[in-house]
Design a protein around this ligand. Structure first.
Ligand SMILES: CC(C)(COP(=O)(O)OP(=O)(O)OC[C@H]1O[C@@H](n2cnc3c(N)ncnc32)[C@H](O)[C@@H]1OP(=O)(O)O)[C@@H](O)C(=O)NCCC(=O)NCCS
Length: 170
């Protein structure tokens, strides 16, 4: 079945929460103690925070569908990454996830192309992305879109501090 992409609306908070929790757990679930993971997911990816993210006029979120099922998503919004050059109006790619069984088939690139078209219309905006220092696949992926390393920061989940690279597309 061909997969389709559509912009998420406020009515998608539950579906967005479900795919955000499923893909985060699939990707990083073994990296944190279960309670830390649970608390992080509830605080950031449960329905209420996802509703708030969808309601923010600076947010833009797309869902990847296989029929009725959501199998990936891309979430962007106002930049919050700590960098001296970051300015009002800059956009952050906050999360990009495709379910493991659909990875490597170009769907991540299609989500990214959809997002980049939005980002650069009606005029080009500066893009920030945070990515784990050891996630070389994702770094290669973002490099294809002109994102280059501009700094580093710590991403905190419970007691864990992960070193993340801050990438920027000027
Ligand atoms: C990153 C991701 C969204 C790319 O989507 P995709 O549909 O697999 O990507 P595409 O098929 O369009 O492109 C393939 C490219 O994605 C990257 N990639 C592939 N598998 C990956 C993985 N498991 N983790 C990270 N990046 C990966 C690579 O750059 C790959 O190119 P390569 O062939 O040169 O290695 C997807 O792999 C994913 O969800 N990974 C896990 C979550 C993640 O790391 N998200 C980014 C965190 S910020």
């Amino acid at each position: 079945m061909p997969l389709s992409i559509r912009r998420a609306t406020l009515a998608d908070a539950e579906a967005l929460s479900a795919i955000a929790i499923a893909t985060y757990t699939e990707t990083w679930g073994d990296s944190y103690p279960p309670q830390d993971l649970h608390d992080f997911l509830q605080a950031h990816y449960s329905t209420v925070p996802q509703q708030q993210e969808l309601a923010d006029p600076r947010s833009a979120i797309w869902l990847l569908h296989e029929g009725d099922a959501v199998v990936g998503y891309l979430a962007a919004g106002a930049n919050t990454l700590p960098h001296a050059d970051a300015a009002e109006g800059d956009i952050e790619l906050k999360r990009l996830y495709v379910s493991a069984r659909h990875q490597g088939s170009g769907h991540g690139a299609r989500l990214m192309d959809t997002f980049m078209a939005w980002l650069d219309h009606p005029q080009r905006r500066r893009l920030w992305v945070g990515v784990w220092e050891d996630n070389l696949g994702a770094q290669r992926f973002y490099a294809r879109y002109g994102c280059r390393k501009a700094g580093e920061y710590d991403f905190i989940v419970g007691a864990s501090r992960d070193r993340e690279f801050i990438l920027c597309r000027p």
